[in-house]
Design a binder for this molecule. Structure first.
Ligand code: MF3
Ligand code: CO
Ligand code: CO
Length: 271
C-alpha cells in the first residue's frame, strides 16, 4: 500500500516539496490555530492565570475535533506555551496570575487531518506600556518583513537577514538560540529557519516548501537561558521579549500564510 503520510520529493537539504492539495490541509490546520488565539484574546486580563487560558485552549482544540501537537511532545503536557514578559519562549502555563501591563506570547500548534498549524502572537493584560508597545510593534513587523522575503529563488538567509536588519535598525536584538522550522505532516522538520544571517546564504526557497517564521526579539541583549524546568527560556539580562509566529507555504509568486487571524486580531492593538 502506498504510504500517504509522506509524499513528494525532498530537496538536497532534506526539505519536503508539497503539492497544491497539501496547501488546503495546511490552511485548515493553520486557520484553526489562529481562530483559537482569536477566541482567547478576551480572556487575557489582569488576575487571570496562564493555566486557565491553557485549559480553554485545550478544550477548544478538542471541541474542534483536532489534536494538540504539544501535549505529549517530548514530555510537554500543555496545549500551549505561554511566555510572559522576559520569558522568550516555551513558558509553561501555571497558576500564577497575570498583572496589569504584563505582555505574553501564546503559542498554539494543532493537528487537523494530519497537518500541523503552528502560530503565536502577543497579548497584553490590561494596558500596554509604551516600551512594550514598541517591542511588540517591531517584533510583529519583523515577522512581516521576513514573510516579504519568501519567494522562489530567494534563500533562507534572505529571510533571516531581512528580520535581523529590521530589528537591529530599531536598536533591539534577535534571539539566536531558537529558530523557525519546516512543518507539514510533522511538527519540526528541516530546515532550521534562522531569524538572522547573511543575504544569499542557506537553502534556496522552492514552491511547495512549508515552514514557520517565528522571530523572538529582546529589548536588551539576545542571550537566553533555560530554567531548571528544562522548558522555560528567559532573557539572561531579564529584558522584555516578544514573539510572533506564522506558518507559511511557498507559492510561485511568493507565499501563502496558513495562520492568518480570521477575526483580524493577530496584532494586539487591532480589534
Ligand atoms: N510551538 C512551538 C514552536 O513554535 C513549539 C512548542 S513545543 C512545546 O515550534 F513542547 F514546548 F510545546
Ligand atoms: Co513553530
Ligand atoms: Co509555535
Amino acid at each position: 500500500m502506498r504510504n500517504e503520510q509522506h509524499k513528494g520529493r525532498l530537496t538536497r537539504d532534506g526539505i519536503r516539496i508539497h503539492d497544491r492539495a497539501d496547501f488546503a490541509g495546511m490552511h485548515t490546520a493553520g486557520e484553526l490555530a489562529a481562530r483559537i488565539l482569536d477566541e482567547v484574546a478576551d480572556h487575557v486580563f489582569p488576575g487571570q492565570t496562564t493555566g486557565e487560558i491553557d485549559r480553554m485552549i485545550e478544550e477548544k482544540v478538542r471541541d474542534a475535533g483536532a489534536r494538540s501537537a504539544t501535549i505529549g511532545y517530548k514530555g510537554y503536557q500543555h496545549a500551549s506555551c505561554i511566555s510572559v514578559n522576559h520569558v522568550v519562549c516555551h513558558g509553561i502555563p501555571g497558576e500564577k496570575r497575570l498583572k496589569e501591563g504584563d505582555i505574553l506570547n501564546i503559542d498554539v500548534t494543532v493537528i487537523v487531518d494530519g497537518w500541523y498549524g503552528d502560530t503565536s502572537r502577543m497579548f497584553v493584560a490590561g494596558k500596554l506600556s509604551r516600551k512594550a508597545e514598541r517591542l511588540i510593534q517591531v517584533t510583529h513587523d519583523s515577522l512581516m518583513v521576513g514573510i516579504e522575503a519568501v519567494r522562489p529563488g530567494n534563500t533562507f538567509g534572505d529571510i533571516g537577514h531581512a528580520i535581523q536588519s529590521f530589528v537591529e535598525g530599531n536598536r533591539m536584538s534577535v534571539v539566536r538560540d531558537f529558530c523557525g522550522h519546516g512543518l507539514g505532516r510533522v511538527f519540526h522538520a528541516p530546515p532550521n529557519v534562522l531569524h538572522y544571517g547573511r543575504a544569499g546564504t542557506g537553502p534556496v526557497l522552492e514552491e511547495g516548501m512549508f515552514f514557520t517564521i517565528e522571530p523572538m526579539v529582546n529589548l536588551g541583549r539576545p542571550e537566553t537561558k533555560v530554567l531548571a524546568d528544562d522548558w522555560t527560556a528567559v532573557t539572561r539580562d531579564k529584558s522584555l521579549s516578544a514573539q510572533f509566529e506564522h506558518s507559511v507555504g511557498v507559492t510561485a509568486e511568493g507565499c501563502e500564510i496558513f495562520t492568518l487571524s480570521p477575526a483580524g486580531r493577530f496584532h494586539p492593538t487591532w480589534g
